[in-house]
Design a protein around this ligand. Structure first.
Ligand code: HEC
Ligand code: HEC
Length: 373
């Protein structure tokens, strides 16, 4: 997959830059340029299963524990056991699994859940993922050695390497040979019958596009009646509260293409999906909305939006709810934004934020005034 992605990326870069020089460049004069080797290198960070692409470096379990406790534990739990923000990374593995390369609990119906290390077959995936995507709120902020260290710590928590281990590019292949589910993957099924896997199997589906004398388009004969929309409670609240998709708010009627804009309190996601026209603001609202825009821009700039949305709970409470609770209390809010804290809205802590006093004040004032848009 990574190789495929890289190919697509490079093609896109070359296309944008008018690769092949004069020939294509003349078609789009003044549009784009060739990516520099440095730019390509910055994109080209994938680590393959055979560890091609892995940068040299090393890190100890002990160093990894410090990084983990400072930058990862608030979401994943001190022992990688938390199911609060994402499913647990650690657990469910036995020494026998490390010998066989098959995780027995994957086929044990009584075992509650599947952790990351129960499932993952190649250590390169863990290294690469942490390197490109974690910590969630500051991806790519770890140094190469820090990625080695925190990976070593996770391996140690899972009983794959001892406490005094130093993981490095030199010994990572040896650790791969101890990955608990290393033999748990198979291509002997019909999902990807392509040549790269031997190409002997027939695919599950084989559809040919119909070009003439085709059957008429099927008509949908059933739909969800309005009264059933909320039959199972609000679906938006039943989704994992992280990531971009939160499900429809079924306490409200379905928003259909072409409807007028919903009331301001309606979920942002629904309004965005159908790209509705917003109602025009009054001139007085314009002045206030300039302040609001400034605050909203600061929320983006400081990554607050990784955990907060204006009118729905993500990891942290919605800004509208915060505004209700602390109307007029700009100073309290500005202080709390800088210090972070926990226990007011639930068990998940908010890490201390590094932004200037002026920025914290602007956001605090905006919240204290009602968190308008
Ligand atoms: C602010 C919360 C947060 C922090 C801090 C955080 N993570 Fe994550 N982590 C997540 C979420 C959410 C996911 C799932 C993301 C997804 O599926 O798109 C995740 C996924 C992962 C995964 C992949 C698990 C899997 O099974 O796919 C690993 C490994 C991981 N994190 C390691 C780390 C490490 C190491 C750190 C610290 C350097 C860290 N995380 C910090 C929230 C966090
Ligand atoms: C890693 C996720 C995360 C990030 C990033 C984050 N927050 Fe929070 N925030 C939370 C959580 C979780 C809470 C709830 C904490 C609690 O229960 O005490 C919270 C609470 C708050 C509160 C209410 C505090 C209280 O005492 O009730 C404010 C205000 C706030 N955040 C503002 C911000 C601003 C502004 C930013 C960006 C500069 C930001 N947050 C970034 C997760 C985050």
């Amino acid at each position: 997959m990574f190789r495929f992605r890289k190919a697509v990326l490079l093609t896109a870069l070359f296309a944008a830059a008018g690769f092949a020089g004069a020939q294509t460049a003349s078609h789009y004069p003044g549009v784009g340029r060739l990516a520099t080797p440095k730019e390509v290198a910055a994109w080209d960070i994938d680590v393959r299963a055979d560890f091609k692409g892995l940068p040299a470096g090393s890190g100890t379990v002990a160093k990894g524990q410090d990084i983990w406790e400072g930058k990862c534990a608030q979401c994943h739990g001190f022992f990688g056991e938390s199911g609060e923000v994402f499913s647990p990374l650690v657990g469910g593995i036995t020494p026998e699994d490390i010998k066989t390369g098959h995780v027995a609990n994957l086929t044990n119906r009584n075992f509650p859940g599947r952790t990351t290390f129960m499932k993952v077959a190649s250590l390169s995936t863990i290294w690469d993922y942490i390197n490109r995507a974690m910590p969630w709120t500051a991806p790519k902020s770890l140094t190469t050695d820090e990625v080695y260290a925190v990976t070593a710590f996770l391996l140690n928590l899972n009983g794959i390497v001892p406490d005094n281990y130093t993981l490095s590019d030199k010994n990572i292949a040896e650790v791969q040979a101890r990955m608990p589910n290393r033999n748990g993957m198979t291509t002997a099924h019909n999902m990807w019958p392509g040549n790269e896997f031997g190409g002997t199997k027939k695919s599950d589906t084989s559809n040919v596009a119909c070009m003439k004398d085709c059957a008429p388009e099927p008509k949908l004969a059933s739909f969800l009646p309005d009264f059933a929309r909320n039959a199972h409670g609000n679906l938006a609240e039943q989704n994992r509260p992280v990531g971009a998709q939160h499900g429809a708010d079924t306490t409200r009627p379905e928003v259909k293409l072409g409807d007028v804009a919903p009331a301001p309190a309606a979920p942002v996601a629904a309004a965005q999906t159908v790209g509705q026209v917003k109602p025009a603001a009054s001139p007085k609202a314009d002045a206030a909305s300039a302040d609001n825009k400034a605050a909203l821009a600061l929320l983006q700039k400081n990554n607050c939006t990784a955990c907060h949305a204006v009118d729905k709970k993500i990891l942290g409470p919605s800004f509208v709810d915060i505004a209700k609770k602390y109307a007029g209390k700009a100073d309290y809010l500005a202080g709390k934004i800088k210090s972070g804290g926990s226990g007011v809205w639930g068990p998940i802590p908010m890490p201390a934020q590094t932004l200037s006093d002026a920025e914290a004040n602007t956001i605090g004032t905006w919240l204290a005034a009602g968190a308008g848009k």
